[in-house]
Design a protein around this ligand. Structure first.
Ligand code: SF4
Length: 213
């Protein structure tokens, strides 16, 4: 186990701030690296390059030390490390975690049949959705970051791909409380109009762009 290493950006304990499990106390494992094209609005740009190698055993010990049985594996883009050892880590986590959640943009292939829930936030970049077709059936939930200018693009993606409403959460764009509050009424009305669930982004509302929360 000691000879497998993953690129880890940060590990911390917090409340899940957004999406279907909002408010849930969780350990966050943020893996390093993402796949281009990168999002200009990315709120975790540091994860693109700020990471270091953790052995599997060190990682498992650190996660266990939090004594929290919910884990969120996020990034960057976590699935770029699936075959590099994330698969092994997840195998170990299933023995002591009661809930595993993966956060992904869906721009790399999500492995089939993995334990836990997949929460996907697809990104529209360079004139198209950066999303692997096979991933549609592998995502348990979709969360879209909505700005005043991209509501129609989101709606078109949802309709074209027949994503069921119960899988959809719409969240306000913005990395500051002020930006969030400015866009929230538009997201609220959009969700009312089309019958989508709205998700806040509690970590930003409470702490702005503070890291590790
Ligand atoms: S996919 Fe996620 S981590 Fe990667 S650049 Fe976009 S927002 Fe950032």
């Amino acid at each position: 186990m000691g000879d497998i290493f993953l690129d880890v950006c940060e590990i911390f304990y917090s409340l899940q701030g957004e999406g279907p499990y909002v408010g849930t106390p969780s350990v966050f494992l943020r893996l390093g690296g993402c796949k281009p094209p990168y999002c200009p609005f990315c709120d975790t740009k540091y994860a693109w390059s700020e990471f270091r190698k953790y052995s599997l055993s060190k990682l498992i010990n650190e996660i266990k030390n939090y004594r929290c049985k919910n884990i969120v594996i996020t990034g960057g883009e976590p699935f770029i490390q699936w075959n590099a050892g994330l698969d092994k880590l997840v195998g170990h986590l299933t023995s002591f975690c009661s809930f595993i959640q993966f956060e992904t943009s869906g721009k790399v292939e999500i492995p089939e049949g993995i334990p836990g829930k997949i929460v996907c936030s697809p990104k529209y970049l360079e004139g198209k959705w950066q999303f692997v077709e096979n991933n549609f059936s592998r995502c348990d939930y979709f969360k879209f970051i909505a700005d005043k200018g991209n509501l129609s693009i989101i709606l078109q993606f949802i309709k074209q791909n027949q994503i069921p409403k119960q899988k959809i959460y719409i969240m306000p764009f913005g990395t500051t409380r002020e930006q969030q509050l400015d866009i929230m009424p538009f997201v609220f009305e959009f969700c009312m109009r089309y019958g989508f669930k709205m998700s806040p982004r509690l970590h930003i509302l409470c702490f702005g762009d503070k890291r590790g929360i």
